[in-house]
Design a protein around this ligand. Structure first.
Ligand SMILES: Cc1ncc(COP(=O)(O)O)c(C=O)c1O
Length: 387
């Protein structure tokens, strides 16, 4: 068998290996507290669930248009208007099976041999994986604990050259939970005006999970960039709907026909009943999201206090998402060693910083979208093995 070279260049998400390992340990009867996977323990909003069930009962079981049901695209457009005060034609909105396809489509559109794509490290691993798959050169920008993992505008702009095709931004940021505030994003947007050939993919999937009532630093604030801006978002994190596989992207008008073709070649359309649920989630009350954020605020403090009480562990305050990304150098273990020891000896699963690139070797990522009881127990167990 001669498999295409490009397939061998694909990376993966180590979190799925950890997920499989924790499942295996669980089946062997070991009690595991899983703080690894990037999803909330909240249930999806009941009005979304009811709408999807009703859609199936009403016989909505056929294909929809490849770029999404028009009602769903209109619902997203309405929400964008409400949240970000931006007027986006529903024709520019594409419904996808999750947030990820917007990312892989965008990288496929601009990645090829000879081109360069700039992306965050640490960062969501699929950016680097897909860049390498396309044959483009992957150019990381290092986010550091010194800046609490927020974006350094000068550093990013200094990496742009005549080969740069695409710049990827993720804010709020996975894995660190950092939030780069609007003032800095304003500066970045201003700087990018000097590079009109560079496309921008802004991954804003955690934008509704922002703490302390800070403004959403969205790229929708810059209409002058719309002709080269792709915004990735979706239902997974905001509405606790990861398994529904629902996302949306906003694309420049000139790319829609290409996105349409990719959808047709790739998945035909997004699950129809799920799109009915998606509309209900967008149009419905936000009590579910507010309750979730109130609870996450309590859990953020709980895990932060717990981690900071551990010998050799330092942790910054996350401004968004449901992740904390402590530095464990003081334990004299690397992030990978710490992860392995915690899983095997304490039964606590997390993800090492190296799952997100080559720079964050001393870090580990915890997901705190789990019960307070789980968080307290995890900290106790880690404390015991560190002592
Ligand atoms: C930064 C980031 N972007 C995109 C995604 C993909 O989201 P989805 O599960 O909707 O495909 C994730 C999921 O973990 C993420 O962390």
């Amino acid at each position: 068998m001669k498999i295409a070279k490009s397939v061998n260049r694909l990376g993966t998400e180590a979190v799925y290996n950890i997920f499989a390992e924790t499942k295996k340990l669980g089946e062997q009867g070991k009690e595991i507290i899983d703080l690894s996977l990037g999803q909330s323990d909240f249930k999806s909003p009941s009005h979304a669930v009811e709408a999807a069930i009703q859609a199936l009962k009403d016989g909505h079981h056929g294909y929809t248009l490849p770029t999404g049901m028009i009602e769903c695209r209109v619902a997203v457009s309405r929400k964008i208007k409400n949240l970000y005060k931006a007027n986006i034609d529903p024709e520019r909105i594409v419904i996808m099976p999750g947030g990820k396809p917007t990312m892989s489509f965008a990288i496929s559109f601009f990645g090829e041999s000879g081109g360069e794509i700039i992306y965050p490290d640490p960062g969501f691993p699929i950016y680097e994986s897909m860049i390498k798959y396309t044959g483009a050169k992957a150019i990381p920008y290092n986010l550091t604990i010194r800046e609490n993992f927020s974006i350094d505008v000068d550093n990013i702009l200094s990496l742009i050259n005549e080969n740069t095709r695409l710049l990827i931004i993720n804010n709020p940021h996975n894995p660190s939970g950092s939030l780069t505030e609007k003032g800095t994003i304003d500066q970045l947007a201003e700087g990018l005006k000097n590079f009109p050939n560079v496309m921008i993919l802004c991954d804003e999937i955690y934008d509704r999970l922002i703490f302390d009532k800070k403004d959403i630093p969205t790229f929708f604030n810059y209409p002058e960039l719309y002709n080269r801006l792709i915004i990735l978002n979706g239902w997974s994190k905001t509405y606790a709907m990861t398994g529904w596989r629902l996302g949306w992207g906003v694309w420049p008008e000139s790319l829609i026909e290409h996105v349409h073709k990719f959808c047709v070649n790739n998945h035909s359309c997004v699950n129809t009943a799920a799109q009915y649920g998606a509309i209900a989630a967008m149009d419905g009350p936000e009590d579910h999201l507010n309750d979730m954020m109130n609870e996450f605020t309590i859990r953020r403090k709980l895990i932060l206090d717990g981690l900071r009480s551990l010998k050799g562990v330092e942790c910054g305050l996350p401004g968004g998402s449901f992740f904390v990304f402590p530095n464990v150098k003081g334990t004299r273990m690397s992030g990978e060693e710490f992860t392995e020891k915690c899983l095997q000896e304490a039964g606590v699963a997390m993800v090492p910083g190296t799952a997100f690139g080559k720079f964050a070797t001393d870090h580990v990522r915890f997901n705190f979208a789990t019960s307070r009881e789980n968080i307290s127990k995890a900290i106790e167990k880690i404390d015991k093995i560190l002592k």
